[in-house]
Design a protein around this ligand. Structure first.
Ligand code: ZN
Length: 80
């Protein structure tokens, strides 16, 4: 008896591939999301790091901002 190794049906393989790609959602990321233009001036939507200087944006973590470069954390001031 010659037993051939079982081959996965192509259909199943394709379905898995599709499911995997669907899981990976494309997140828009880039510097363009950090700036906003108002008339003729550019507004930065994120604060820059005090330690690293301008050019290093801080990540928005809800109640605080953190710098991905030096780890500096600045809490947002309660605005009320
Ligand atoms: Zn920093």
């Amino acid at each position: 008896m010659s037993e051939k190794p079982e081959e996965a049906p192509e259909e199943k393989k394709e379905a898995e591939k599709v499911a995997k790609t669907e899981k990976r959602k494309k997140r828009k990321k880039g510097v363009f999301s950090l700036y906003k233009t108002e008339k003729d001036k550019v507004v930065r939507l994120r604060p820059t790091c005090e330690r690293c200087g301008p050019g290093y944006f801080m990540a928005d973590h809800g109640d605080r901002y953190t710098c991905g470069r030096c780890g500096f954390t600045r809490y947002k001031l309660a605005e009320k």
